[in-house]
Design a protein. Structure first.
Lengths: 553, 197
């Protein structure tokens, strides 16, 4: 007897018309009309934060890079893998490391899930930074999206903080020393930390300052592990979730994309065009993380030893730039003021950038100053990461890529300070502060005070000529080698170009408050280049030091 | 509110009440047995309410912050017995580094105990006898045998812990009592004289 042919359409209709289906999914049979498509977005709780229609320009991968969506997909992936890992992990000193070992060797899929959690976290850091770069380059933070950019900056900060709290949990050597260094930076906070400037003056001690609350003790211990566990698994993800809702809500309210309107542009349906892309992005991300997690295992060092540090000891790659910065500046500057300035500066960008051009498209020529300075900051951050990651060996000494880490480096030469008690110019108060103040204020004010635009090539040429003269005289007197001369030309020349020539050309017409805020950020960025030059080429520890108040620059 | 106040707009309602207040003041001064109560205007009442809410929230925040400071912490004792002084040779001993994070340094005239915590950001440096230096693996700080910073970012010398020679001939080290100022750190209790004949 032949089998009766299956009438798929009839079965489909019966299923969809059943009471069960109808009770779960609103709406009738799918006919793919514009009304159906709109209804699909409006009537679905998960999709209704989308608009119904969207401009086709906003959907192009080449425009959006899909990085915001991919960041969110990674956040969801991290939530799922994280919750699953919590079933086998106990946050106590005696058990944490053993539980991670169990996850690696005794729990089915434990290794895979831990890998996925680790790699998704690192991918999320990359994706969030890429998202920020894209939004910057397309000018999408400008009016009316200033506030949402600020929320985005906070989300980036919290992404990094989630990574920071997460890597204590395995309780291995990387964990304990990264957190020891990180929390000691908090202890160097001015006023609020016991080792920070003015801290001891207001009565901060090792057992009552901001570091003490972070650790729940005076050293990284049982309380710290529990605190970081709670922050990592509950408190911070909750805050991130709330900010994400705000972030998405504002995207929707601020007309979804900054891509400018074009004449005769016809909007297309979000279902399926945008939802499809989001699905592809999320699915691609998941597959990418799965393959990565199969191919490579997450690192796990030896069990934490609070008394002995591995040599060299390095932070996870996204914090190595900060670690490298700490070589050149005191902890309260490199670890507190500079990260704070980066966060505040990023949030301030939409309010100081008054250039109305370049909203919603890549416009290097229309926004040369903003794009150059922002990208310089991003490049410097990754250059510092490269130096810290690839060029630092045992004892955190400088090793070129072709030098073996087994080669024992000679002891670094003694450092010296320019203005300070043991410095060359001993009178830091009398000469150092007025001189540095004069240089800093001249640098801040001159680009605007010189009303006429200087010829960039001539100015730069003259400045490089002076530097070359300086280097030449130094070499002739035997006080400088060729490498030091090269460092001088590169670092000081670069800071003059980015910190003086460009502002003079592009922002001297800005109003004073915005101009000054911009110059504070520009000069701080350049001070990193200058201090690197002073330290790497000339062994200068401080340009100015007043030990009594821990004022060391 | 709207039942007692026929005014449709809520804003003007406190206005008529205002003249009552100064008018009531002299009445209150008069020796009348029943002074009329000084009415609080609706606006003032609301401000007082907001003020109390703000005070409540501030107090809650302060209490929450205080909650995060533990009153009792369970951390190991900072005092330990470093064994017989006679067993140490001249120079830096790393014997107690792994357990107590301390280098015992013997000089011709006695002992000092250096706390192996980099004053930069708290990593443990390593002793390199061939170069006579302590070098930190985290940011490259270098210290001399005395603990003074010679290179790298560390802001001040290494700390020395209180060290005493017990009657038994053992060295007792207390890491809770620290000193790193030249001149002070070379004297008791941060230096234990020991010169056996």
């Amino acid at each position: 007897m032949p089998m009766p042919a299956l009438d798929i359409e009839k079965i489909k209709k019966e299923i969809i018309d059943s009471q069960l289906w109808r009770s779960v999914f609103r709406g009738g049979l799918w006919k793919d009309t514009p009304r159906d498509r709109a209804g699909h977005i409006i009537g679905n709780v998960w999709l209704h934060l989308h608009p119904v229609k969207v401009r086709p320009r906003a959907l192009k991968w080449a425009y959006s890079w899909g990085m915001g969506g991919i960041s969110f997909a990674l956040y969801l992936l991290l939530t799922i893998t994280g919750v699953v890992l919590m079933f086998y992990y106990r946050p106590t000193i005696g058990l944490a490391y053993r539980d991670i070992k169990d996850l690696e060797f005794a729990v089915t899929l434990g290794m895979f899930l831990r890998n996925a959690h680790r790699w998704a976290a690192q991918a999320m850091v990359v994706a969030v930074i890429a998202h920020m770069v894209r939004v910057f380059l397309t000018g999408a933070y400008k009016k009316p999206r200033e506030f949402n950019w600020g929320i985005g900056v906070l989300l980036l900060t919290l992404t990094l903080f989630l990574s920071f709290t997460g890597y204590l949990l395995p309780w291995d050597q990387l964990a304990i020393w990264a957190v020891t260094v990180g929390t000691n930076m908090a202890g160097a906070t001015p006023v609020l930390g016991n080792e920070g400037p003015l801290g001891s003056l207001v009565g901060m001690r090792i057992n009552n300052d901001v570091r003490f609350t972070l650790l729940g003790g005076t050293m990284v211990g049982e309380n710290t592990l529990l605190r970081f566990y709670v922050m990592h698994c509950v408190a911070v993800p909750l805050v991130v979730g709330i900010l994400l809702i705000l972030h998405f809500w504002r995207i929707r309210k601020d007309s979804f994309s900054a891509a400018p309107y074009e004449a005769n542009e016809e909007k297309i349906d979000v279902w399926p065009h945008l939802v499809k892309r989001e699905y592809i992005g999320a699915a691609g991300t998941t597959i990418f993380i799965m393959i990565w997690s199969i191919l490579q295992n997450a690192p796990l060092e030896a069990i934490a030893n609070p008394n002995v540090t591995t040599n060299p000891s390095k932070a996870p790659w996204y914090f190595v730039g900060l670690q490298e910065l700490l070589v050149y500046f005191d902890p309260w500057i490199a670890g507190v003021v500079m990260p704070g300035l980066i966060i505040v500066g990023l949030i301030a960008i939409p309010y100081i950038d008054t250039n109305p051009k370049g909203v919603g498209y890549y416009a290097w020529k229309e926004r040369p100053f903003a794009n150059t300075l922002f990208m310089l900051g991003v490049v410097m951050w990754f250059a510092l990461i490269y130096i810290g990651y690839a060029l630092r060996g045992p004892n955190y000494a400088w090793y070129w890529p072709w030098e073996s880490w087994f080669m024992n480096k000679p002891a670094p030469p003694p450092t010296w300070s320019v203005f300070g008690p043991k410095g060359v110019g001993a009178y830091s108060m009398l000469i150092g502060i007025p001189l540095m103040g004069a240089i800093a204020s001249a640098w801040m004010l001159l680009p605007k005070l010189i009303q006429k635009e200087l010829d960039g090539k001539k100015t730069m040429g003259a400045f490089l000529g002076l530097l070359a003269l300086w280097a030449g005289v130094g070499m002739a007197m035997g006080k400088m080698g060729a490498i030091q001369g090269g460092y001088l030309l590169f670092f000081v020349g670069a800071s003059f170009y980015f910190g003086f020539v460009l502002p003079q050309r592009h922002i001297r017409t800005l109003d004073w408050p915005r101009y000054l805020v911009t110059m504070v950020l520009v000069v701080s960025t350049m001070s990193v280049l200058l201090k690197m030059c002073a330290n790497l080429a000339f062994n200068i520890k401080y340009v100015l030091t007043i030990p009594a108040i821990s004022m060391n620059i | 509110m709207s039942e007692t106040n026929p005014n449709p707009a809520p804003e003007p309602s406190p206005e008529p009440a205002k003249p009552v207040v100064p008018a009531a003041a002299p009445v209150a001064a008069a020796p009348k047995p029943l002074a009329p109560k000084k009415d609080m205007s609706r606006g003032d009442f609301l401000w007082a309410g907001w003020g109390m809410l703000a005070a409540f929230l501030a107090a809650t925040a302060a209490a929450g912050a205080r909650f995060m400071f533990p009153n009792v912490i369970y951390e190991p004792s900072q005092k330990f017995n470093a064994g017989a002084a006679a067993t140490y040779d001249l120079g830096v001993s790393t014997k107690w580094l792994n357990e107590q994070r301390v280098w015992i340094v013997r000089t011709p005239s006695g002992f000092y105990a250096m706390w192996a915590r980099c004053t930069h950001l708290g990593c443990t440096p390593n002793w390199w006898g061939d170069q006579n230096r302590f070098k930190c693996p985290c940011h490259g700080s270098n210290y001399t045998l005395d603990g003074d910073v010679i290179a790298g970012p560390a802001p001040m010398p290494l700390w020395r812990a209180k060290v005493m020679l017990a009657a038994t001939g053992d060295l007792i080290v207390d890491k809770a009592v620290l000193e790193n100022k030249p001149g002070k750190r070379e004297q008791a209790p941060y230096f234990a004289d020991y010169a056996p004949s």
